[in-house]
Write a protein of this length. Structure first.
Length: 187
Protein backbone atom coordinates (compact mmCIF):
# COMPACT_ATOMS: atom_id res chain seq x y z
CA UNK A 1 0.00 0.00 0.00
CA UNK A 2 2.80 2.42 0.91
CA UNK A 3 4.50 1.66 -2.40
CA UNK A 4 1.32 2.54 -4.34
CA UNK A 5 0.90 5.82 -2.44
CA UNK A 6 4.60 6.68 -2.95
CA UNK A 7 4.38 5.85 -6.68
CA UNK A 8 1.24 7.98 -7.08
CA UNK A 9 2.82 10.91 -5.22
CA UNK A 10 5.99 10.62 -7.32
CA UNK A 11 3.96 10.57 -10.54
CA UNK A 12 1.98 13.68 -9.51
CA UNK A 13 5.19 15.48 -8.47
CA UNK A 14 6.86 14.82 -11.83
CA UNK A 15 3.76 15.91 -13.76
CA UNK A 16 3.20 19.14 -11.77
CA UNK A 17 5.62 21.24 -13.87
CA UNK A 18 3.75 20.16 -17.02
CA UNK A 19 0.46 21.47 -15.65
CA UNK A 20 2.09 24.71 -14.49
CA UNK A 21 3.66 25.50 -17.87
CA UNK A 22 2.41 28.47 -19.84
CA UNK A 23 0.17 27.81 -22.80
CA UNK A 24 1.15 28.90 -26.29
CA UNK A 25 -0.82 31.45 -28.30
CA UNK A 26 -2.07 28.68 -30.65
CA UNK A 27 -4.03 27.23 -27.70
CA UNK A 28 -6.16 30.40 -27.64
CA UNK A 29 -7.01 30.48 -31.37
CA UNK A 30 -10.71 30.26 -32.07
CA UNK A 31 -14.05 31.99 -31.77
CA UNK A 32 -15.75 32.36 -28.40
CA UNK A 33 -19.32 33.47 -27.72
CA UNK A 34 -21.13 34.11 -24.46
CA UNK A 35 -22.37 36.53 -21.89
CA UNK A 36 -21.74 37.99 -18.50
CA UNK A 37 -22.39 41.08 -16.44
CA UNK A 38 -20.86 44.29 -15.16
CA UNK A 39 -19.66 43.76 -11.60
CA UNK A 40 -20.20 46.29 -8.82
CA UNK A 41 -16.90 48.25 -8.90
CA UNK A 42 -17.94 51.05 -6.54
CA UNK A 43 -18.74 49.86 -3.00
CA UNK A 44 -20.98 52.93 -2.58
CA UNK A 45 -23.23 51.97 -5.52
CA UNK A 46 -26.76 50.78 -4.67
CA UNK A 47 -27.02 47.08 -3.80
CA UNK A 48 -30.50 46.60 -5.26
CA UNK A 49 -29.60 47.54 -8.83
CA UNK A 50 -29.28 44.40 -11.00
CA UNK A 51 -25.98 44.02 -12.87
CA UNK A 52 -26.00 45.11 -16.50
CA UNK A 53 -25.78 42.11 -18.85
CA UNK A 54 -23.25 41.93 -21.67
CA UNK A 55 -22.95 39.60 -24.65
CA UNK A 56 -19.59 39.13 -26.30
CA UNK A 57 -17.75 37.52 -29.18
CA UNK A 58 -13.97 37.07 -29.19
CA UNK A 59 -11.97 35.83 -32.18
CA UNK A 60 -8.26 35.08 -31.75
CA UNK A 61 -6.30 34.06 -34.85
CA UNK A 62 -2.75 34.02 -36.21
CA UNK A 63 -1.34 37.26 -37.57
CA UNK A 64 -0.90 37.27 -41.31
CA UNK A 65 2.66 37.53 -42.55
CA UNK A 66 4.41 37.62 -39.17
CA UNK A 67 4.66 35.89 -35.81
CA UNK A 68 1.92 37.04 -33.49
CA UNK A 69 -1.86 37.13 -33.31
CA UNK A 70 -4.92 39.21 -34.07
CA UNK A 71 -7.77 39.59 -31.61
CA UNK A 72 -11.18 41.00 -32.46
CA UNK A 73 -13.88 41.33 -29.85
CA UNK A 74 -17.37 42.73 -29.84
CA UNK A 75 -19.54 43.58 -26.87
CA UNK A 76 -23.27 44.18 -26.95
CA UNK A 77 -25.17 45.69 -24.05
CA UNK A 78 -28.76 46.80 -23.75
CA UNK A 79 -29.21 50.53 -23.31
CA UNK A 80 -30.26 51.28 -19.75
CA UNK A 81 -33.54 52.99 -20.53
CA UNK A 82 -36.65 50.98 -21.35
CA UNK A 83 -36.92 47.33 -22.30
CA UNK A 84 -33.81 45.81 -23.87
CA UNK A 85 -34.42 44.94 -27.51
CA UNK A 86 -32.16 44.84 -30.55
CA UNK A 87 -32.95 48.45 -31.48
CA UNK A 88 -31.92 49.58 -28.01
CA UNK A 89 -28.46 48.02 -27.86
CA UNK A 90 -24.95 49.41 -28.00
CA UNK A 91 -22.47 47.30 -29.94
CA UNK A 92 -18.76 48.05 -29.83
CA UNK A 93 -16.09 46.18 -31.78
CA UNK A 94 -12.36 46.35 -31.17
CA UNK A 95 -9.41 44.95 -33.11
CA UNK A 96 -5.76 44.61 -32.13
CA UNK A 97 -2.73 43.02 -33.78
CA UNK A 98 0.16 41.80 -31.67
CA UNK A 99 3.71 40.96 -32.72
CA UNK A 100 5.70 38.25 -30.94
CA UNK A 101 8.84 39.20 -29.04
CA UNK A 102 11.87 37.04 -28.31
CA UNK A 103 9.97 35.66 -25.31
CA UNK A 104 7.36 33.46 -27.02
CA UNK A 105 4.64 34.39 -24.52
CA UNK A 106 5.06 38.18 -24.61
CA UNK A 107 3.64 40.30 -27.44
CA UNK A 108 3.51 44.01 -28.32
CA UNK A 109 0.67 45.79 -30.08
CA UNK A 110 1.83 46.81 -33.56
CA UNK A 111 0.26 50.28 -33.11
CA UNK A 112 1.62 50.99 -29.60
CA UNK A 113 2.87 54.49 -29.10
CA UNK A 114 4.50 56.50 -26.36
CA UNK A 115 2.09 56.83 -23.41
CA UNK A 116 3.95 59.98 -22.24
CA UNK A 117 2.80 61.63 -25.48
CA UNK A 118 -0.84 60.61 -24.91
CA UNK A 119 -0.60 57.60 -27.22
CA UNK A 120 -1.93 54.25 -26.02
CA UNK A 121 0.61 51.52 -25.35
CA UNK A 122 -0.54 47.91 -25.27
CA UNK A 123 0.97 44.48 -24.74
CA UNK A 124 -0.13 40.89 -24.20
CA UNK A 125 1.35 38.01 -22.27
CA UNK A 126 0.48 34.43 -21.53
CA UNK A 127 0.85 33.13 -18.00
CA UNK A 128 -0.47 29.64 -17.32
CA UNK A 129 -3.93 29.35 -18.93
CA UNK A 130 -4.46 33.12 -19.13
CA UNK A 131 -3.90 35.52 -22.02
CA UNK A 132 -3.72 39.03 -20.53
CA UNK A 133 -3.93 42.20 -22.59
CA UNK A 134 -3.11 45.54 -20.98
CA UNK A 135 -3.43 49.04 -22.43
CA UNK A 136 -2.10 52.17 -20.74
CA UNK A 137 -2.74 55.78 -21.75
CA UNK A 138 -1.77 59.06 -20.05
CA UNK A 139 -3.79 62.24 -20.63
CA UNK A 140 -2.16 65.72 -20.96
CA UNK A 141 -2.74 66.47 -17.24
CA UNK A 142 -0.96 63.30 -16.06
CA UNK A 143 -4.11 61.31 -15.40
CA UNK A 144 -3.97 57.73 -16.57
CA UNK A 145 -6.24 55.00 -17.86
CA UNK A 146 -5.56 51.28 -17.75
CA UNK A 147 -7.69 48.58 -19.36
CA UNK A 148 -6.86 45.01 -18.43
CA UNK A 149 -8.34 41.86 -19.96
CA UNK A 150 -7.66 38.39 -18.57
CA UNK A 151 -8.91 35.67 -20.93
CA UNK A 152 -8.52 32.29 -19.23
CA UNK A 153 -8.96 28.99 -21.06
CA UNK A 154 -11.60 26.67 -19.57
CA UNK A 155 -12.85 23.22 -20.55
CA UNK A 156 -15.64 24.84 -22.65
CA UNK A 157 -14.03 28.08 -23.82
CA UNK A 158 -12.87 31.27 -22.08
CA UNK A 159 -13.60 33.12 -18.88
CA UNK A 160 -13.04 36.84 -19.40
CA UNK A 161 -12.38 39.35 -16.64
CA UNK A 162 -12.18 43.01 -17.71
CA UNK A 163 -11.07 45.86 -15.45
CA UNK A 164 -10.85 49.58 -16.28
CA UNK A 165 -8.84 51.78 -13.94
CA UNK A 166 -8.82 55.58 -14.06
CA UNK A 167 -6.30 57.35 -11.79
CA UNK A 168 -5.98 54.34 -9.43
CA UNK A 169 -9.76 53.88 -9.10
CA UNK A 170 -11.49 50.81 -10.53
CA UNK A 171 -14.39 52.27 -12.54
CA UNK A 172 -15.65 49.14 -14.31
CA UNK A 173 -15.33 45.39 -14.01
CA UNK A 174 -17.00 42.84 -16.25
CA UNK A 175 -17.05 39.04 -15.94
CA UNK A 176 -17.98 36.91 -18.98
CA UNK A 177 -18.15 33.19 -19.64
CA UNK A 178 -17.67 32.32 -23.31
CA UNK A 179 -17.98 29.00 -25.10
CA UNK A 180 -15.85 28.02 -28.06
CA UNK A 181 -17.82 28.01 -31.28
CA UNK A 182 -17.25 27.69 -35.02
CA UNK A 183 -15.11 30.25 -36.79
CA UNK A 184 -17.06 32.75 -38.90
CA UNK A 185 -17.20 32.24 -42.67
CA UNK A 186 -14.55 34.30 -44.49
CA UNK A 187 -14.69 35.42 -48.13
Amino acid sequence: MRTAIFATALMIATMAPVFAADRKIDDFYGRYLGQGAVMRADPASPLGKPPQKRMSEVIIEPAKGEEGFIITWSTMRAKERGAPDASEADVKTYHQSFRATQDGNFFTDVTSGDPLKGQPSSWARIRGNTLSIVQVQIDPTGGYFVTHYDRTLTAKGLDVHFTRIEDSKVVRQVQLSLQKGPLPMRN
